[in-house]
Design a protein around this ligand. Structure first.
Ligand code: ADP
Length: 140
């Protein structure tokens, strides 16, 4: 599915639409350049899933943040700072690819081989002419 989100609110709508279809055991891989909106989109998905924590810090430093949501738990990961698949696997990331977890992964391209066979891929892209618009492609 392809969307053109003209502003942040439109991105939140797309994220809510995805969240409504997610179930425990799902893994969402978020692709896009720095500033494309991966963290913004992830936070919107997490809020829609019922994550009520006040702050949803970027997991860039913690690598994995865990949250309670409605009927599931959410793991928000950022693989950006990790060098290779071995380092990522050592963190036990595979444990999160099953219920009760819904797993959101930023920079999954660091270790594509570690991803499970069935992944929902979200590609976010800035649009040249409109600073607040994003092209969002969702597959899987
Ligand atoms: P990334 O995690 O991909 O590096 P961030 O989510 O941290 O990107 O940053 C995206 C920035 O773009 C945020 O400051 C956000 O407020 C802004 N932004 C502006 N318009 C949009 C939009 N339509 N969708 C998502 N983010 C947007």
């Amino acid at each position: 599915m392809q969307f053109l989100a003209v502003n942040e609110a439109a991105t939140v709508e797309v994220a809510c639409g995805l969240a409504a279809r997610l179930k425990a055991g799902d893994v969402v891989a978020l692709h896009g350049d720095l500033g494309a909106g991966k963290s913004f989109f992830s936070r919107a998905v997490m809020r829609a899933l019922g994550v009520r924590d006040q702050a949803l810090p970027s997991p860039t430093f913690a690598i994995i943040q865990e949250y309670d949501a409605d009927g599931c738990r959410v793991a928000h990961m950022d693989w950006y700072r990790l060098d290779d698949a071995e380092e990522i696997e050592m963190l036990g990331v595979r444990d999160y690819f099953q219920p009760p977890w819904i797993c959101l992964i930023e920079w999954p391209g660091r270790a594509p081989a570690l991803l499970p066979g069935s992944v929902i891929s979200v590609h976010l892209q800035c649009c040249d002419d409109h600073a607040d618009a994003r092209r969002i492609d969702i597959d899987g």
